[in-house]
Ligand binder design. Structure first.
Ligand code: FES
Length: 123
């Protein structure tokens, strides 16, 4: 496995991260696979706490959303993959229905730093 540098990256001002908002970003770190593809992710508030995942469905490795900033299912309970409809728990990323049931979204480290939200790949 290629060594990755894991540095924090500011993705949005704290003030923009309001309940119900999903903010997308492109990670500066490169993925190990597929070959150097840039990674995207999203951050949102889960019960008031910032939570971030890679925007990558564990089923086929595609981005979860078709519409910018739209990640939740119609009932606003689960993160939903727009391709085949897999449902993920917002708090843990666990897939509870769909073709990748039992798998999970890849969580990112997330923190407040001054007036910015920052993320980084987890070790
Ligand atoms: S690509 Fe996400 S459920 Fe199939």
């Amino acid at each position: 496995m290629t060594e990755r540098s894991l540095s924090w990256q500011a993705v949005c001002p704290v003030a923009e991260l309001v309940p119900g908002t999903f903010i997308e970003f492109r990670l500066k770190e490169k993925a190990v696979e597929p070959e150097g593809m840039p990674l995207t992710g999203f951050v949102f508030l889960e019960r008031g706490t910032p939570k971030a995942y890679l925007n990558l469905c564990p089923h086929l490795g595609v981005e979860l959303n078709w519409m910018p900033g739209r990640f939740m299912d119609a009932d606003n309970l689960f993160i939903q993959c727009a391709t085949h409809g897999a449902l993920f728990k917002p708090g843990t990323g666990e897939c509870i229905a769909g073709p990748c049931q039992g798998d999970a979204l890849t969580a990112l480290d997330v923190r407040r730093q001054g007036d910015q939200i920052e993320v980084r790949l987890q070790r």
